[in-house]
Design a protein around this ligand. Structure first.
Ligand code: FAD
Ligand code: 2HG
Ligand code: ZN
Length: 485
């Protein structure tokens, strides 16, 4: 766990006093407030999913109403008390946990569906609704949440909006910048900005909600989300393919877009190292292929007519095998196989850190350069003599991700977190990305991990504008301090 040697607590922030606690107790019930005396419970909120970042907050507030969120923020702003907004705490850049003693404002109990219109498919819900619960609610009405990701059982609708998460079906449903129609946000001064619009088209001035999508809790707390959801497809297929090289991955992608066209809903890739780690982690399930292959691709189709989709997928698979682009392939025959095949992709993040820790890089790069970074990283770690069997600290750099969106996940699996490994990887990786005109954060955000590296993707004038906006919305800087702005 990182102990933040590189930052100092900002003395402008007040240390909590007993009067502060008394105030919070006056507006919140016992269930809505967790104190340091409740150490076990606080631990979950203080430490991130990777067990890499850990704060020392002694107070977690879990308000059940938007009005209480407003009262909390106003009090903290007036008293210069730092606050970290927290959803499901599944973020991967150290943004969701305190760095020092910031008060944790958890959205856990703001978790009600507010409204659903079965004609337009517009869902309005509280920010703290768990993504999977929102999707299950929608399933009952024949709709689907336009975003899916491995952390769906824990992450919040508000959390995915705050990080502008991309996930496994962005290729099909697009970014949240397109599907979110309105937000309710509480500003640091306690003002409730309610713009839970349900309009697809609205050109009345600046599109203010966009600023909060992906703002990572730095300028306001999202309390409500209005989102356009598409009809749930009633036919799904998944196929898992083995390929010889990354050029073949690209060729199959181009062909899938053309041949599967409107039914293509996910195109994910995985290298052999990622599957190695996952095989070890999922000892009890058989991998779709006994033999190892350099690359794998998972293709999902979804549509309204099973026979039509099956015919398209079958013709596509025949042709990629005939052309020699794919060396082996399987297609899920039932719901269980469908889920099992997806597991080999969705459980990579968990497997990558199962041996002690993981350094994660979430990168946008031109497709042709996407995999070269994984090769460069392994080469560098090897040259530095820190990759290999015990006692070497690094197990392997692995690559996988959302090829369809030009998004690579480079994970460096380690036996334990260490400065030596971090310094081998950073800024090396960020320099590589910058040289190829990529982004150092495709979908996870900047949080604490990448706070010093924003300049590798954004220009100075852009960073100035970001700081101006932060200052405008949060003049006292109480919201998520020490993170990227
Ligand atoms: P948290 O982790 O609690 O918070 C994340 C950030 O948002 C923090 O900065 C926090 O301060 C802020 N925040 C949270 N809620 C609010 C709010 N209501 N108002 C204001 N700020 C808020 N991401 C992808 O993009 N694609 C993936 O495919 C993907 N897969 C994942 C798979 C796994 C197994 C895991 C662990 C993570 C994955 N992620 C993925 C990371 C992703 O960022 C999160 O899962 C999700 O977007 C965060 O939601 P959360 O509710 O857990 O937010
Ligand atoms: C995914 O696509 C997530 O599985 C997590 O974005 C990626 O853990 C990672 O690096
Ligand atoms: Zn991802």
């Amino acid at each position: 766990t990182e102990t933040y040697p590189s930052v100092k607590r900002d003395s402008k922030f007040k240390h909590l006093s007993s009067e502060d606690i008394t105030f919070f107790q006056s507006i919140l019930s016992q269930q809505e407030l967790l104190l340091a005396s409740d150490q076990d419970n606080l631990e979950f909120y203080n430490e991130d999913w990777m067990r890499k970042y850990k704060g020392q907050s002694s107070l977690v507030l879990r308000p059940k109403t938007v009005k209480k969120v407003s009262q909390i923020l106003k009090y903290c702003n007036d008293n210069h008390i730092a606050v970290v907004p927290q959803g499901g705490n599944t973020g991967l850049v150290g943004g969701s946990v305190p760095v020092f003693d910031e008060v944790i404002l958890s959205l856990n109990y703001l978790n009600q569906i507010r409204d659903f219109d079965p004609v337009s498919g517009i869902l309005k819900c509280d920010a703290g609704v768990i993504l999977e619960n929102a999707d299950q609610f929608l399933a009952e009405h024949g709709y689907i949440f336009p975003l899916d990701l491995g952390a769906k059982g824990s992450c919040h609708v508000g959390g995915v909006v705050a990080t502008n998460a991309g996930g496994l079906r962005l290729l099909r449903y697009g970014s949240l910048h397109g599907s979110v129609l309105g937000l309710e946000v509480v500003l640091p001064n306690g003002a409730i900005v309610s713009s839970m619009h349900a309009l697809r088209k609205d050109n009345t001035g600046y599109d203010l909600k966009q600023l909060f999508i992906g703002s990572e809790g730095t300028i306001g707390v999202i309390t409500g989300v209005s989102i356009l959801t598409p009809p749930r497809p009633n036919a799904f297929n998944v196929s898992f393919l083995a390929l010889e090289n990354f050029q073949a991955v690209q060729n199959v992608f181009v062909k899938a877009k053309k041949d599967l066209a409107e039914v293509l809903s996910a195109f994910e890739f995985m290298d052999s190292y990622s599957q190695d780690l996952t095989r070890k982690h999922l000892e009890n399930i058989n991998h779709p292929f006994e033999e190892e292959h350099p690359f794998y691709v998972l293709i999902e189709t979804s549509g309204s007519n099973k026979e039509h989709d099956d015919a398209k997928l079958e013709a596509f698979l025949e042709s990629v095998i005939e052309e020699g682009l794919v060396v082996d392939g399987v297609v899920a025959q039932d719901e269980t196989e469908f889920r099992n095949l997806w597991q080999w992709r969705e459980l990579i993040p968990e497997s990558a850190q199962a041996n002690g820790g993981v350094y994660k890089y979430d990168i946008s790069l031109p497709l042709k350069d996407l995999y070269s970074l994984v090769e460069a990283a392994n080469q560098r770690l090897e040259q530095l003599g820190i990759l290999g069997d015990v006692p070497k600290p690094v197990i392997r750099a692995i690559g996988y991700g959302h090829v369809g969106d030009g998004n690579l996940h480079l994970n460096v699996a380690v036996r334990e977190y260490s400065k030596q490994v971090e310094e081998a990887l950073e800024p090396f990786i960020y320099e590589f990305i910058s040289s190829k005109k990529g982004s150092i954060s495709a979908e996870h955000g900047l949080g604490f991990q990448k706070k010093n590296y924003i300049g590798f993707t954004k220009t100075e004038p852009e960073i100035r504008l970001i700081k101006d906006l932060k200052h405008h919305y949060d003049p006292n800087g109480i919201l998520n301090p020490y993170k990227y702005v």
